[in-house]
Design a protein around this ligand. Structure first.
Ligand SMILES: [Zn+2]
Length: 441
């Protein structure tokens, strides 16, 4: 049996199949009905949060908002935005007093934002997550039983565990020899190729450099977590020649928040989420809806540690009333301006996606850092500026440097510099990596 199906108990799969039936129905349901379902879930969530989660009781009392005041999506601006920093400080107070221990699924963010974060998901949402994954594959015309090739980002990525299938190890990808890469592709002859855009970029480069056209082409390519730039898109199309699909989500959420259809448009997952687009800077208490701005997401499924109006750190464009030519009635997200990675450049000219370093920082040092930023001005040295949570002694700094050097294959010296604050750029953004080295691909 293949990875996806082999994973999890029979119970999870049964639950996931039930959820999938609803997701399929929702694709073409009356938009008014979809909204009514979201709002019914929202009212339950708000009542639950007020009654059982100390953080929400306190913030709602402070704002003078009773649970009954939140009847629908339009009432959400009455509530404050939940920032990542709030989650970090109030982890216990954000956990429902009535959550059963077995429902708390401790998780750490993949670090797609440069602020490591630990939190709880609700274990009861696992079938829903599975179902949204199957559903997004259906849209691409494939099933979990089809053969997969994972362009491996790290052993520990959740989709590495979820999807299973074959993979191209990083060391093969990075060896700079295109032929072994193409040989794996041909051996596996995958129906689906999954990966982070930065790694798909290297894969596509290898295929083109090998000078051997692929004998079998995958039916689709999936990417997630980073945005795919136009240059990568062109390269992947040219090298692999399969339609490109994507899912949008984050570890914090119970499931995928949005996914692309065959027209390349983002459809929202109304069965699990309410997505708002707000004006203002990140962390801004300003609460007004805007056509373009910060994404603020309410997870309707996580009752263990509710995330209500959670500011994930991505920017986007509201979809409005427009309908997608694909025929699905699920509302659209106009656009997604997400996380763009930069590259660490080595002395030999090898480009390693900085994203590859995130698990090291986020998982091993999550409790110790507020935020961080990579900086590179020379191919010999990579600097990481960190804002420590409290005492962050030299031993821990050295440990981080050692782990990062290992992740970079010993090619670069890493220096850790504790700082008090990481400034924003004039644009208001705070990039995860700043580099003065040539970033051309
Ligand atoms: Zn569509």
């Amino acid at each position: 049996m293949h990875g996806l199906f082999a994973l999890g108990s029979r119970l999870v799969r049964r639950g996931a199949r039930r959820e999938l039936v609803v997701l399929r129905w929702a694709e073409r349901a009356d938009p008014q009905e979809l909204r009514a379902r979201q709002e019914a879930r929202l009212r339950v969530l708000i009542r639950w949060a007020y009654d059982t989660v100390p953080y929400y009781r306190q913030t709602m009392d402070q704002a003078g908002v009773s649970p009954g005041a939140i009847q629908g999506i339009d009432d959400l601006p009455l509530l404050p935005v939940l920032r990542r920093r709030d989650v970090k400080v109030h982890l216990d107070a954000l956990t429902s007093g009535r959550a059963r221990k077995r429902d708390l699924l401790p998780t750490v963010t993949s670090g797609t934002s440069a602020e490591p974060l630990g939190f709880y998901r609700d274990r009861r949402t696992v079938p829903f997550e599975q179902a949204t994954r199957w559903n997004s594959m259906e849209w691409a015309g494939v099933t979990p039983a089809d053969s997969h090739l994972l362009v491996r980002f790290s052993q520990a990525t959740w989709w590495g565990r979820m999807v299973g299938g074959a993979s191209i190890p990083l060391k093969v990808l990075y060896a700079g020899e295109p032929v072994p890469v193409v040989e794996i592709l041909e051996q596996v002859a995958p129906t689906v190729v999954l990966g982070f855009p930065s790694l798909l970029h290297i894969l596509a480069q290898a295929v083109l450099r090998s000078g051997r056209p692929l004998r079998t082409r995958p039916r689709c390519i999936f990417f997630q977590a980073e945005q795919m730039g136009e240059d990568t898109r062109d390269l992947v199309r040219q090298a692999i020649g399969a339609p490109i699909f994507s899912r949008y989500g984050a570890r914090e959420f119970s499931a995928g928040v949005a996914q692309t259809c065959e027209r390349g448009r983002w459809h929202l997952n109304t069965e699990g989420f309410i997505v708002e687009v707000l004006s203002g800077e990140p962390g801004d208490p300003q609460r007004a809806p805007a056509p373009e701005g910060r994404l603020v997401i309410t997870d309707l499924r996580n009752l263990a540690m509710p995330l209500i109006r959670y500011e994930i750190g991505d920017m986007g464009t509201a979809g409005g009333e427009e309908r997608c030519p694909c025929g699905r009635t699920l509302p659209l997200l106009g656009g997604l301006e997400g996380r763009n990675w930069e590259w660490v450049v080595t002395a030999s000219g090898l480009r390693i996606p900085a994203a590859m370093l995130l698990p090291t920082v986020s998982w091993l040092h999550c409790d110790l850092l507020w935020e961080y930023q990579f900086r590179q001005d020379s191919p010999e040295v990579l600097e990481i500026a960190v804002v420590p949570v409290g005492a962050y002694g030299e031993d821990r700094q050295e440990e981080l440097a050692r782990h990062l050097e290992a992740a970079l294959g010993g090619r670069i010296t890493v220096r850790v510099t504790p700082v008090e604050h990481i400034p924003r750029e004039p644009s208001g953004k705070r990039p995860m990596m700043k580099s003065t080295l040539h970033q051309g691909r």
